[in-house]
Design a protein around this ligand. Structure first.
Ligand SMILES: [Zn+2]
Length: 247
């Protein structure tokens, strides 16, 4: 009898396989990203049917036999079903999971990324915070968790910390007023946009989705993050095809 393990995590991808089964990808606190088979999960009445859907969050019981995991049971604490009430929120959540699947690694602590998804999903359901802002916070923070992201605190040319009014993806970060003149790809950013980017980099996930920004700041964040994601993610996320039409 193979050993059963218990992990805390979320189903970040789910696809039918064979006649009655599903193959799922879990992002777990303990083991990072892992794949598992959910046998019979598409049979009517199967106890594994709902827990093997994307967005299901909770405890999962897995059996490891030969080279793969099989889902034996689950205790789901949140299905995030309310996300389905809003199309933009649904596709934003799908985009978050695609990014998590892209960056998460097997057998590595997945707790930070899992905490980020959980907090971001809660924020998507909070009517007081703009979902476009939730998206850009998530995009930057997942880069930070992954450890590779642009410089937002010092000019990339002169290393100065004052008058940081430009962002250049070619220089991988912010540039000061003096250094940005003549630069081709530079985006002008206001003080509030700079502080927002710095805040996202430094702040604990629990306090991350607690602020609002003006339309001006949001539009600058959108431009900065679009360039960052193009550079740091070398695959086009499927959910973006629809999300970019909606947002
Ligand atoms: Zn400079």
């Amino acid at each position: 009898m193979a050993d059963q393990i218990k992990v805390t995590g979320m189903v970040i991808a789910s696809a039918p396989i064979g006649e009655n089964d599903k193959r799922i990808v879990l992002l777990t606190k303990e083991k990072g990203k892992i794949s598992a088979f959910a046998r019979g999960a598409r049979r009517p009445g199967s106890q594994l049917m709902a827990p093997s859907d994307s967005f299901a969050f909770g405890s999962f019981y897995l059996v490891c036999a030969r080279d793969y995991y099989t889902l034996a049971g689950a205790e789901i604490t949140n299905y995030f079903r309310e996300l389905a009430d809003d199309l933009t929120a649904t596709y934003t959540a799908c985009y978050f999971l695609e990014l998590a699947a892209y960056f998460a690694v097997e057998n590595q602590d997945g707790s930070q990324m899992l905490n980020l998804i959980y907090a971001a999903f809660k924020a998507l359901l909070n009517p007081n915070i703009d979902n476009r802002l939730v998206r850009h916070i998530y995009e930057l923070k997942i880069l930070v968790i992954n450890g590779e992201y642009p410089e937002f605190f010092r000019c990339r040319i002169c290393k100065g910390e004052d008058n940081l009014t430009g962002f250049s993806i070619a220089h991988d970060g912010v540039v000061c007023g003096g250094c940005k003149s003549g630069m081709g790809d530079v985006i002008t950013i206001c003080q509030s946009a700079l502080y927002t980017l710095q805040f996202i980099v430094c702040t604990d996930i629990r306090k991350l989705f607690t602020f609002r920004v003006s339309e001006e700041v949001l539009s600058e964040l959108r431009m900065v993050m679009a360039r960052c994601m193009n550079t740091y993610v070398d695959r086009r996320m499927k959910s973006l095809e629809i999300l970019d039409e909606l947002m």
